[in-house]
Design a protein around this ligand. Structure first.
Ligand code: PMP
Length: 509
C-alpha cells in the first residue's frame, strides 16, 4: 500500500489517508481481507502521529469499509451491495444519489488513483516538468496546420463535419499504408482501422479479445494505461522481466505461454514506455516464433519509433510477421499532439471487422476533421518534414538531459542512454523511494513520474521516468539540477557527492 501525504493540501492529513485507502478499496487494489498496516506502523512510515492514522481508520470503519479484529488486525471488508441505493431509498429523505452504489463493478474496479494523485500534487509555479510524455511540436507546426486547414475548408467545405465509415476514410487508410510502408510494414487499406488515439486501439482490442480471467503477458515494466485497460476487463496480467541487457526474458515468457495460454502478448519493442529500451532483432524474431508456436497474438504498440537519434532502425514485429499473429497500433499523438485524437491499427481484415463493430459502439468513427487533416499532412510530405524537425529537437533535448545527469551526478543513480524515444529511465540510489521523493522534488520545483505504476506485479519504488521531449531546452539543466538536489536531500549524501565528484566517479550507464 502506497500512501502519499502532503501538508500543503487543504484537506487534513487523516482525510488524505482515508481518501487514498478508500479509493484503493474501490479500485480493487485492496481486496476484501487485505490486512492494513497497524496504526503505529503506518504513522511511523508517514512520519505522523498515531492519532492521525487512528482518525482515518475510524472514518473508514464508519463507512463499513474496514474492521479491526482482536488478534488479527484491521482488514478490508467486502464492498457490500446490501446498503445499496435501492435499499437506502426507503429512508425518507431525498439527497444526491449514492453514486458509488450505482456505478458498475467494472467501472469501480478500473479506477487507479495513483497517477492522478501524483500529478495533482501541489506544484511550484516555476515547476519544470519531466513527468508527462507530451510532444513539443512548436509554432512551426501550428502555422502549417492552420494553412492546411484553411485550404481544406475551401476545397472540401462541409465534408469535414459529416460522418465517415467507422473504419475511417478510405483515402486516409491508403495514406496510413504509405506511412507504415516507410516503417517496413506492407498493409492494405482494408487491414487498417482509423482510431481516436492508440489508447482506443488498446481499449477495442481488450473488448474484442479479453474475457474475465484471460491472461495477458506484458513486459515488466510496461505502459500503465494499457495495463489498466486490460485489468478493467478482468484480465490477469503477468509481467515478463528483462535480462541484464534490457531484453525480454524469452525463457520466462515461454514458460508463461505454456502455463497460462494467454490471449495476448502486449509489447512496446521500440523505445519502450517507460524504459526507452529497444527489443533487438533476434528477440523480435524469437518472440514471433513463440507466438506462432503457442497460437497467441502479439499486440505491438509503436508510438515512438520515428524518434530514433542513433543506431540502426529495426523492423516492427508486424513487418516480420508472415502468419498474421501481430496487431500493430500507432498514433499521431507524439508526432503532432495528443489533442488530435488520431491513431490507427493494422490487423487482418477479420480482426478489423470485429474491432469496427466495437468502435461503432464507442464513438461511431474518428473525427472527420482529424482524418482529413492527417491524410493531407501525409500526402503533402509535410508530416515527413515535421517529423525530421522534431526528431532533431528531441535529440538535442535528450543530449542536454544526459549531459546534465552527468554534470549533477549523484552516486548510486544509474540510467541508460536511450537511442531514441522520449524517456530516460533512472534507477535511484539504493534505499531511495521514488514515490516519496516526489514531494521533495515538487518543493524544489521539478516533477517526474515514479516508476511504480508501470510494474504489473512487483512493487518497484526504485525507478523514475524522466521525459525530455516537452521541457524547453533552456530549462533542462536547471530541472535536472533541481531533481538531483532533491535526490541528494533524500539520500543525505551531500558530502559523499562532493567526494565522489572529486574522485571522478561515473554512473554505470
Ligand atoms: N501507448 C503508449 C505506449 C503511450 O505512451 C501512449 C500515450 N502516452 C498511448 C499508447 C496512447 O496514446 P494516444 O494519445 O494515441 O491515445
Amino acid at each position: 500500500m502506497n500512501i502519499i501525504i502532503s501538508r500543503k493540501l487543504s484537506s487534513p492529513i487523516y482525510m488524505q489517508i482515508k481518501q487514498q485507502i478508500r479509493e484503493a478499496i474501490f479500485s480493487g487494489q485492496l481486496p476484501a481481507g487485505y490486512l492494513l498496516p497497524p496504526e503505529r506502523k503506518l504513522a511511523e512510515q508517514l512520519g505522523i502521529n498515531r492519532s492521525t492514522v487512528l482518525n482515518a481508520y475510524i472514518e473508514l470503519k464508519a463507512e463499513g469499509l474496514i474492521e479491526s479484529f482482536v488478534g488479527k488486525g484491521t482488514v478490508v471488508l467486502p464492498i457490500s451491495k446490501s446498503d445499496s441505493w435501492a435499499d437506502s431509498s426507503r429512508i425518507a429523505h431525498y439527497g444526491a444519489p449514492s453514486w458509488r452504489h450505482i456505478f458498475s463493478e467494472r467501472s469501480l474496479g478500473s479506477d487507479d488513483p495513483l497517477i492522478r494523485d501524483l500529478l495533482s500534487l501541489p506544484k511550484r509555479r516555476d515547476c519544470i516538468s519531466f513527468s508527462v510524455a507530451l510532444p513539443d511540436p512548436g509554432p512551426e507546426l501550428t502555422a502549417k496546420l492552420s494553412e492546411q486547414l484553411q485550404a481544406l475548408m475551401q476545397e472540401q467545405g462541409d465534408v469535414m463535419w459529416k460522418h465517415t465509415a467507422t473504419e475511417g476514410i478510405l483515402s486516409l487508410r491508403e495514406a496510413l499504408c504509405t506511412w507504415m510502408k516507410q516503417r517496413g510494414i506492407d498493409a492494405a487499406p482494408e487491414e487498417v482501422l482509423a482510431l481516436s488515439g492508440s489508447q482506443q486501439g488498446i481499449d477495442l482490442l481488450t473488448r474484442v479479445f479479453i474475457d474475465p480471467g484471460d491472461t495477458v503477458l506484458i513486459e515488466e515494466p510496461s505502459y500503465f494505461s494499457a495495463m489498466q485497460t486490460f485489468r478493467s476487463a478482468g484480465a490477469r496480467l503477468i509481467g515478463i522481466p528483462a535480462d541484464s541487457e534490457g531484453q525480454l526474458r524469452l525463457d520466462i515468457l515461454e514458460s508463461m505461454l505454456s502455463k497460462y495460454h494467454p490471449k495476448l502478448i502486449y509489447v512496446l519493442p521500440t523505445f519502450q514506455n517507460p524504459t526507452g529500451r529497444v527489443m533487438n532483432l533476434a528477440v523480435r524474431e524469437q518472440l514471433l516464433q513463440l507466438a506462432y508456436r503457442y497460437k497467441t497474438i502479439i499486440v505491438e504498440d509503436d508510438p515512438y519509433s520515428d524518434f530514433r537519434y542513433s543506431g540502426n532502425p529495426l523492423p516492427p514485429i508486424r513487418a516480420l510477421d508472415r502468419h498474421d499473429h501481430v496487431i500493430y497500433v500507432s498514433t499521431f499523438s507524439k508526432l503532432i499532439g495528443s489533442g488530435l485524437r488520431m491513431g490507427w491499427l493494422n490487423a487482418p481484415k477479420q480482426v478489423i471487422r470485429q474491432l469496427a463493430i466495437a468502435k461503432q459502439m464507442a464513438d461511431l468513427h474518428t473525427s472527420t476533421l482529424s482524418q482529413v487533416l492527417m491524410e493531407r499532412m501525409i500526402c503533402s510530405g509535410l508530416l515527413h518534414q515535421h517529423v525530421d524537425l522534431i526528431r532533431s529537437r528531441y535529440k538535442h533535448r535528450k543530449q542536454l538531459m544526459i549531459d546534465s545527469l552527468h554534470k549533477h551526478y549523484v552516486p548510486g543513480m544509474t540510467w541508460q542512454e536511450p537511442e531514441g524515444g522520449v524517456f530516460i529511465w533512472c534507477r535511484m540510489p539504493k534505499g531511495l523511494n521514488a514515490n516519496e521523493l516526489l514531494l521533495r522534488a515538487a518543493d524544489r520545483g521539478v516533477d517526474y513520474l515514479p516508476g511504480n505504476p508501470f510494474f504489473a506485479q512487483q512493487q518497484q519504488t526504485a525507478y523514475v521516468r524522466l521525459n525530455f521531449s516537452c521541457a524547453e531546452a533552456d530549462t533542462i539543466d536547471e530541472g535536472i539540477r533541481r531533481f538531483t538536489a532533491a535526490v541528494r536531500d533524500a539520500t543525505g549524501r551531500e558530502g559523499l557527492w562532493d567526494e565522489a565528484a572529486s574522485e571522478g566517479l561515473k554512473p554505470i550507464i
